[in-house]
Design a protein around this ligand. Sequence first.
Ligand SMILES: [Zn+2]
Length: 253
Amino acid sequence: MNILPLPAFTDNYIWLIEENGKATAIDPGDASVVNNYLLEKNLRLENILITHHHYDHTGGVEQLKKSYECNVYGPYDSPFNGVEIKLKENDEISIHGFSFKIIEVPGHTLDHIAYHSEEQNVLFCGDTLFSGGCGRIFEGTPNQMYESLSKLSILDKSTKIYCTHEYTQSNLDFAVKVEPGNDDLVEYKSKIDKKRMNDEISLPTNLELEKNINPFLRSHVAEIKKNIKDFAKLDDPSELETFTAVRSLKDSS
Ligand SMILES: [Zn+2]
């Protein structure tokens, strides 16, 4: 599967699947970014996949629909009213002949879904799992977000993760504060610092790496619990309490 990033706004990526002259845009917040690329490469937009209702993920849909006869897939119960094919947990769709299964991942928003292709080892997860971080919990509860991330973390470890924002560097700045003793993390941070200095993209990431470096997938780690204890005002925080405390520490930092 041919997947490429189209940078949009200040730090978004609109991912584009490109197959045999046809294309699928994931979370096209800005129509002109997608349109310019399609025209330049002479591609026809066949599908739009929406992960959640936020404007920076959906703002280009209406305009793109005027130029292309494309299908708009999205969450079943979404405040965004442009969804035509409404998707729920475990639904399967075929995109350019590739099968994608829907995983409901509420937390950042209540309507948030992820698109997973097991055969291609690809996950489009919007603003749920980021490299080195996770989305802010705007609509759901910490428990919902924790459960959603747990669902993603049991996918095959080689799964490539296409999230929507270039937040990796600032996420890792925070991650080393809660787990300074993680050598993999420290090493990865210096790699990303170099990449970003050269304006290189840090994505996609993969699940195996994230499980080693992402504090939001590491609530079981003793060093993180120890470092979060005082902030959380708990003697022996559970994994959910640790996750919740790490999230709220990041929100306030
Ligand atoms: Zn969002």
